[in-house]
Design a binder for this molecule. Sequence first.
Ligand code: AOS
Ligand code: ZN
Ligand code: ZN
Length: 431
Amino acid sequence: MTTLIDAAQVADHNDKLAAQLQADYDALGGMLARRGQDIEVLTTLAQRFAVAVPSWGVGTGGTRFARFPGRGEPRNVFEKLDDCAVIHQLTRATPSVSPHFPWDRPTDAKELRQKADDLGLAFDAVNSNTFQDQQGQEHTYKYGSLTAGSAATRAQAVAHNIDCIELGRALGSKALTVWVGDGANFPGQSNLRGALERYLDSMRAIYAALPDDWNVFIEHKLFEPAFYATTIADWGTSFACATTLGPKAKCLVDLGHHAPNTNIEMIVARLAQFGKLGGFHFNDSKYGDDDLDSGSINPFQLFLVFNELADAAQRDGAAFQPAYMLDQSHNVTDPIESLMNSAVEVQRAYVQAALVDRARLAELQEANDVLLSAQALKTAFRTDVSPILAMARVRAGGAADPVACYRTSGYRDKVAASRPAKAGASSSGIV
Ligand code: AOS
Ligand code: ZN
Ligand code: ZN
């Protein structure tokens, strides 16, 4: 297996922090023991956590105003995989990559799979793209894709999704994520019910092409690019469509795709209850689909989402396996650093949720002890589990402090030299 950062350098970094980490770990272990919790159980749990990295996340994103490219941005899917491998090498929490077509379309899927294999990576859900026109494309998506009034446009969008399934199969993926920007910018622009009927027709054709062991994830989003009425705007629509389509169709919750102050953890609880929670796109936001780093704005919300996931896991056992993926856009930070931090923040919420004594919480709820129920969650959320996360990484060969280790490694300088910037960069993360 190829490692892009010298293992000796990681070991050296860890050695320097070893005594400090052990002291923090022991102190936390003592505190948790007094609460009746075994730190080793939590560290093992942390080591089992995994979240996929979005291939488009390793390039610098952009807004409709501008894109400010970073140094050494990946120029193709192979270089994107290299950056993803660095993220996994140092965090040990991101063993898979969620690719995006056609941005990541390989000329040879076998070669791409081989490359991923060699880096110790696998492929998670593949993402289709019918929200922009591609060069040489026959029909425009300006007025919709899977919901378009034109049957030829719909057929083209369906064919692209089926092509994504084929590519995903060759890469060892097991799911297709469909997010469509389809909708209307003005009242009257389209027939609201008609658009959803056409969406379902298109999705039925895509669903029919799914292999037996595949899922299709329906990703809802309140607004943007449609600013009046998005066809798949909310979890209710997503749930209704997933239910109509069948058992392989599930809902995907992108944390940024709701109105401000929406109770996302309750949406998670509802979808889990009815067996339709397919997975997540983790990110954070203040206003809309800001795609900020996970846990950077509202870490308590992230914790509450994982609190619901812990409840669902307890109820449903091994059958409950939602897909965890990041979906972020990095405009002013080094994407590798942001993605490493974000993976750790999601992992942190996962471990913090495991600190909640669920039996005790149930008793408190039963007794209508509102204050102590709330405090049971707050106590878990306030516990700094950083030493557990660091120990989990170190034991798995990752870095005690991924960002510090990455900066010392000089990886960005190295790729800046081998990947010269190109003019006219697009906002897709492909430079
Ligand atoms: C768009 O807002 C959605 O979050 C998509 O999941 C995702 O960002 C897109 O597919 C990547 O281009
Ligand atoms: Zn998303
Ligand atoms: Zn989004």
